[in-house]
Design a protein around this ligand. Structure first.
Ligand code: SAM
Length: 340
C-alpha cells in the first residue's frame, strides 16, 4: 500500500498523486486550446506561424478525457491558454465541461482580451473563476506595433467586462521590454491601481527566433531599481534577493504589484505545473522541447490505465531545472505552440 499521499485536503484522490522525480506534486495544468491567435506579438509568435490542422488538435472529448484522468491523479487547477483561447470555437462550453470534472477546483484563462467583452458573461456562467490579461503598453500606436495590428480599445473593453462579470481578481501580465515599454511601467502600475487590477511584470523570455531578445531583455532587478517604480512600490531590499515570483505592496496601500523573473532567478524548485499543447502533447518544462504525445496514444485506442502510465512516465522526464539557452536559435516551438 502506498503511504506517500499528501495530507488529506478535503479531496479524495482516486489514483496515486502525480509526483515527479524531485518530489514535486503536480496539481496545475495549463491547457492550450489552440495554436492560433488573432494577434502577432513581436516577442511571442513569428509573423508567419504554421498552424496545426483542425484534426490535429485535441477535440473537446479528448481534452475532457485527459483532464479527467489527470484530475484523478491530483490536478485541481486548469488554466486555459493558447494561442488565443477565445478564438477556439466553443470555448465557453469547454470551460463548462472542464468545471464539471470531479476534482477540478478552479479554472482560469489567460487572454489578450480583445474578444473578451463578447465572452465574459458566458465564461462566468460556465464557472470560470478569473482571467489574466496580457497588456504590455497603454499607447494605442505602440500596441498596434507590438501586437501586429491589435486595437487597444478592445482590450480596455475586455478588462471592463471581466470586472463587470466578476472574473476577479483580474491580473495584467506585462512583459518588460527594454526600449519598447520600459518607459511605461509606472503608468501601467497607475492604470492598474486606478481600475482595481493587479499587474505582474514578467521578464521577456527568448522564445522565438526573429525577435532581438538580447536587445530588449531587461531583468526584474533593474525594474526594481528605477526611481519611478520605487516611488510607487515599497521595494524591500530582501525582495531583490528573494525568489523568482513575488508581490510587493504599493506605497498608496491600494494593492500589490507582482514581479516574475523566470530568467534572472528560477522558480523551478516549486514548479508544480505541466502544459498540454493544442495538439495533445504533454510539455514538461517551458524552456525545454521535451514532450510526450497523449493524443497519439488516445487515438491509438489507449485505455485509461495505459494513459495513466504514459502520463506518469512523461512526468519522469520533467527536469529538475529548466535551462534557458539565452538564445532563440534552434527552438522548435514558440510560445504560441507550447501555450503561455
Ligand atoms: N493569447 C493569450 C494572451 O495573449 O494572453 C494567451 C497566450 S500568450 C502565449 C500567454 C502569455 O505568454 C502572455 O501573457 C504573453 O505575454 C506571454 N509570453 C509570450 N511570449 C513571451 C515571452 N517571450 N516572454 C515572456 N512572456 C511571454
Amino acid at each position: 500500500m502506498e503511504l506517500n499521499y499528501p495530507a488529506y485536503s478535503g479531496k479524495i484522490f482516486y489514483m496515486k498523486p502525480l509526483v515527479d522525480r524531485f518530489g514535486r506534486t503536480i496539481t496545475y495544468l495549463r491547457v492550450s486550446v489552440t495554436d492560433r491567435c488573432n494577434q502577432r506579438c513581436n516577442y511571442c509568435s513569428r509573423p508567419q506561424e504554421e498552424h496545426k490542422k483542425r484534426d490535429q488538435l485535441l477535440s473537446f472529448s479528448e481534452l475532457v478525457k485527459i483532464i479527467t484522468i489527470m484530475a484523478e491523479m491530483g490536478v485541481e487547477k486548469i488554466r486555459f491558454t493558447g494561442g488565443e483561447p477565445l478564438v477556439r470555437k466553443g470555448i465557453t462550453e469547454l470551460v463548462g465541461m472542464v468545471n464539471a470534472i470531479s476534482g477540478i477546483r478552479e479554472t482560469t484563462l489567460t487572454t489578450n482580451a480583445t474578444l473578451l467583452s463578447r465572452f465574459a458573461r458566458g465564461l462566468k456562467d460556465a464557472g470560470l473563476k478569473r482571467v489574466n490579461i496580457s497588456l504590455d503598453t497603454l499607447n494605442p500606436e505602440k500596441f498596434r506595433l507590438i501586437t501586429g495590428g491589435g486595437r487597444l480599445e478592445q482590450v480596455f473593453d475586455g478588462i471592463e467586462s471581466a470586472l463587470r462579470e466578476g472574473l476577479v481578481p483580474v491580473k495584467l501580465n506585462t512583459v518588460v521590454m527594454r526600449g519598447i515599454n520600459d518607459d511605461e511601467l509606472a503608468s501601467i502600475i497607475d492604470f492598474a491601481q486606478e481600475h482595481g487590477l493587479t499587474v505582474r511584470f514578467i521578464e521577456c523570455m527568448p522564445m522565438r527566433d526573429g525577435f532581438d531578445w538580447k536587445r530588449h531583455y531587461m531583468p526584474i532587478h533593474e525594474v526594481l531599481e528605477r526611481e519611478d517604480i520605487k516611488e510607487r512600490v515599497a521595494v524591500e531590499e530582501s525582495a531583490k534577493e528573494g525568489g523568482a515570483e513575488y508581490m510587493l505592496p504599493l506605497r498608496s496601500g491600494r494593492g500589490m504589484v507582482g514581479f516574475i523573473s523566470p530568467l534572472s532567478k528560477s522558480f523551478c524548485r516549486r514548479c508544480n505545473r505541466l502544459r498540454l499543447t493544442a495538439d495533445g502533447r504533454l510539455h514538461l518544462c517551458l524552456p525545454q522541447d521535451k514532450d510526450v504525445s497523449l493524443r497519439d496514444a488516445l487515438r491509438a485506442g489507449a485505455d485509461k490505465k495505459t494513459l495513466e502510465a504514459l502520463i506518469r512516465k512523461a512526468v519522469e522526464l520533467k527536469p529538475e531545472e529548466g535551462v534557458y539557452t539565452f538564445s532563440t536559435e534552434g527552438r522548435k516551438k514558440s510560445m504560441i505552440h507550447i501555450g503561455g
